[in-house]
Design a binder for this molecule. Structure first.
Ligand SMILES: O=C(O)CCC(=O)C(=O)O
Ligand SMILES: [Fe+2]
Length: 223
């Protein structure tokens, strides 16, 4: 399932992140690519040694963790430290699959991949993120501050940037609901219980929807 989340970063946060990226040292994206992805990765990433790096990482991690939609859709158990990517003219990231396991000190399994867009679609031509879903290719290019969440199991790419510059923070989530089918059921039942709460707050079926959600969550959570 592919989901977009609006308003992950507000304007002050975007301004601060963009200023840090404008001043920061970038390194070749090859340094963080897996064995096969290296062949096709042509971008730049903020240096892990950048002075304020930890606080920039925390801005992304806290913004995601604090967002209701992210919690509702991802069931995050662990989130990887983000990469800040920059794609200038001609840069792209060809078709690849993300590593299944990530992190050195603390390993996580990548269930969901996340891109937080740091600048606007008008700021660059091309640079769409394209996922090869079961229903064919799907392209995403979102406004600054919005994020897309998609299964890490999919092949995907970033199309070449033809003009301007694409800025994004990317990260990966280990979900405490490992099975995507179960995750989808929980997301659907959550929608139903919310709807029932608003149309029939005192209804017996509303209680049942909450009970079903809680019991499925209890049955499937790996926390
Ligand atoms: O920049 C993006 O939207 C995704 C980049 C990507 O696929 C990756 O870093 O693995
Ligand atoms: Fe990727």
């Amino acid at each position: 399932m592919l989901a977009t989340i609006d308003g992950v970063l507000d304007w002050p946060a975007l301004k601060q992140l963009r200023a840090a990226l404008a001043d920061g040292a970038f390194v070749d994206g090859q340094t963080t690519a897996g064995f096969r992805a290296k062949r096709v990765k042509h971008n730049e990433q903020l240096s892990p040694k950048a002075a304020d790096r930890k606080s920039l990482d925390d801005m992304i991690l806290n913004a995601l963790r604090g967002h209701d939609d992210f919690q509702r859709l991802a069931f995050p158990k662990a989130i990887q430290r983000p990469l800040f990517s920059r794609y200038g003219v001609g840069m792209n990231y060809g078709l690849h699959v993300d590593d299944a396991l990530m992190g050195k000190e603390r390993r996580i399994r990548s269930d969901l991949s996340v891109t937080v867009f740091l600048n606007n679609p008008d700021d660059y031509d091309g640079g769409e993120l394209e996922m090869m879903s079961a229903f064919g290719p799907q392209e995403v290019k979102l406004p600054a501050g919005s994020a897309v969440l998609y299964p890490s199991s999919t092949l995907h790419r970033v199309k070449p940037v033809a003009a301007g510059e694409r800025l994004a923070a990317v990260t990966w989530v280990q979900s405490f609901i490992a099975d995507p089918a179960r995750r989808e059921i929980l997301i659907d039942v959550d929608r139903m219980r919310r709807r029932l709460t608003s149309v029939d707050p005192d209804g017996e079926e509303t209680d049942l929807a909450f009970k079903t959600y809680a019991n499925l969550l209890r049955m499937w959570s790996d926390v």
